[in-house]
Design a protein around this ligand. Sequence first.
Ligand code: 5GP
Length: 189
Amino acid sequence: MSKVVGKMIIVAAPSGAGKSSFVERVCSEEPRLFDTVTYTTRAMRVGESQGKPYYFVTKSEFENRVQEGFFVEWARVHENYYGTPLHQLEDSWAKGLCVIMDVDVQGVRTFRAKYPSAETIFIMPPSLDELRRRLLKRDGEKIKDLDVRMRNAEIEMRSAPDFKHLLVNDDFELSYQQFKKIVVEILDS
Ligand code: 5GP
């Protein structure tokens, strides 16, 4: 068993590229991982609840927590705030687990600066057209911020070469197996 304490895997991808499904599944299959539950001010989607996949808070509660220094990193993404609580990293390392988290590219920059040894994985959608189709399928025809998410996707994809590991999610199962192989290699290293 390798040493996972202090290890961190950061996964980024445009919204809708499949990263939360990958992270959720790899955590269910690999007990050495701890998936953070971050805070957000965005509205809950159908099927979501408090703590799944976020703690949903008001803007003023979020801002108070920023002032208290509760977040190790936070960012404004698609017109909402998202933040990672510092204690979740500390608690998971105290349990001997490796932290895995899914954040936007601003979050990746902050984590890289604070934890230079962090491992980074970027998941690309097969194309922007396919990404748009997946977002519409997931969030419905009336998705309010589709244009914002598509513009952000183009910006996020430009930062892909800065990541240590890069993969394209064209076929879910095959891409997931590639993703898991990368994660297991990091855990074993
Ligand atoms: P969604 O609202 O679609 O669940 O997520 C929107 C984006 O926010 C995703 O790119 C997700 O990775 C990112 N995100 C989630 N939690 C955090 C966080 O704590 N910090 C940052 N910087 N981004 C986050």
